[in-house]
Design a protein around this ligand. Structure first.
Ligand code: ADP
Length: 252
């Protein structure tokens, strides 16, 4: 059988503070294929962000494995981690968090390109193209994060994530902090990217309506474990558990 683009096996996260320990993620398994969009839904606190943070190495994996194109990246460091970030990028809920407030958006978007040894001029060219792809004019490269709106900053954050031409884009509540109209515009941008680029998405969202709009498959998380999985239609039309029913009723 061919390997999946991304696969997690028996992923587990225990947070420790002092003598206390808390299991935030317990034995999660899923895969993501090329060009596919997998949604992760669940109540606040169910462990969705912790999964995303383990995938992007923002928090250490306690147990289990993460495979990217068949390669075990669970504990990747140094060069291996840099290579991982070329394939796997993330967009966060608060767009300003993706940028250094003292640097222009252009510097932020181009940072990884410069780190890859690409010239200043070529980086600027690519940054301008990325801005256009994300619905912003090239002059936004010279603005600072505080000089743009939340929606514009999220567009720039998506441009930044796309700069390395990743295979997987993890969106963690990427539209949740935005008002409804702007949320719709960002969703349109993500749908355009899904259609035009060979991108796979891990789309973390508490809003099942957005997941239905965007995702091919969805997993429902409850209290750190996978409650059920299926297509959005299967989940919404025929929820198997009371938890999923409540989740659907609360957002649809
Ligand atoms: P979600 O994204 O579904 O809202 P999270 O993954 O953010 O859920 O959190 C899952 C659980 O793990 C929550 O109970 C949260 O309080 C806990 N948690 C998250 N980060 C930490 C941390 N750094 N230390 C201790 N507990 C944490």
């Amino acid at each position: 059988m061919e390997e999946s683009l991304l696969e997690v096996k028996h992923l587990k996260k225990i947070f420790h503070s002092g003598k206390e320990s808390f299991t935030a993620v317990e034995d999660i398994n899923f895969f993501l294929e090329q060009g596919e969009c997998l949604g992760i839904v669940g109540e606040s606190g169910s462990g969705k962000s912790t999964v995303a943070m383990m995938l992007t190495h923002l928090t250490e994996v306690t147990e289990g494995q993460i495979f990217l194109q068949g390669k075990d990246i669970t504990h990747a460091k140094g060069k291996a981690l840099r290579e991982t970030y070329r394939e796997l990028q993330m967009v966060f809920q608060t767009p300003a968090g993706s940028f250094d407030p003292r640097c222009t958006l252009g510097d932020g978007i181009g940072e990884s390109l410069r780190n890859m040894g690409i010239s200043k001029k070529e980086t600027r060219n690519r940054v301008e193209k990325l801005l256009l792809t994300c619905g912003l004019t090239p002059e936004y490269a010279d603005r600072y994060p505080h000089q743009v709106s939340g929606g514009e900053c999220q567009r720039a954050a998506i441009a930044r994530a796309l700069a390395v031409e990743p295979k997987v884009l993890i969106c963690d509540e990427a539209t949740s902090a935005l008002d409804v109209t702007v949320q719709k515009q960002i969703m349109e941008l993500l749908m355009k990217l899904k259609k035009e680029k060979q991108l796979s998405f891990l789309f973390i969202c508490h809003d099942l309506a957005l997941v239905q709009l965007f995702c091919d498959r969805v997993i429902v998380m409850n209290d750190g474990h996978v409650e059920e999985e299926g297509t959005p239609e299967e989940i919404i039309e025929n929820p198997k558990t009371e938890y999923t029913k409540r989740l659907i009723e609360s957002v649809l």
